[in-house]
Design a protein around this ligand. Sequence first.
Ligand SMILES: Cc1cc2nc3c(=O)[nH]c(=O)nc-3n(C[C@H](O)[C@H](O)[C@H](O)COP(=O)(O)O)c2cc1C
Length: 154
Amino acid sequence: MSSGTVAMCDPVGMRALVIYESLTGTTRSAARRIAEQLVEAGWEATACSTKQVDLAALQRADVVVVGTWVDGLILVGQRPGGRGRLGSLPLLGGKPTYGFVTFAVHPGKTLDKLTTTLESRGGDVKGAMTIRRDRLEEGTAEFVDRLVAVTEPA
Ligand SMILES: Cc1cc2nc3c(=O)[nH]c(=O)nc-3n(C[C@H](O)[C@H](O)[C@H](O)COP(=O)(O)O)c2cc1C
């Protein structure tokens, strides 16, 4: 029997859920950009607020991204904004999780604190990044580049 050819399906992209906590809209914009750029990279992506997490999308997600803003006294006392909602996120079930925070001047140790919170919700935190609010375009593009690079096989 002659050897045939195998029809390959298109590789299935990863599925991401981007959850954001936002007071004045900056982190929501960043989350939307990240989801849009992941879709452009061939992923499936959904963005939703911490106030209304899409549980079906969370269950389907291969990767969870959680973003919030830096709350503090500008140069001291920084911490993740909306800690109450972040601390009561649905359980992340050991999924690979990536955090980001938007900030104005100085994020302090907010990323470490966000990481601790996400781990307490069962996220397997693989990385986190700060994004300056006046450089959202560059910051979100870098976040997506890094995420795609570490997540997809070479
Ligand atoms: C009450 C309050 C406290 C803030 N504290 C800090 C801070 O300590 N350091 C900082 O760099 N930015 C600080 N910011 C700026 C926000 O982190 C920044 O504008 C962020 O992008 C806002 O995101 P949002 O629009 O999604 O709420 C603060 C903003 C507010 C409203």
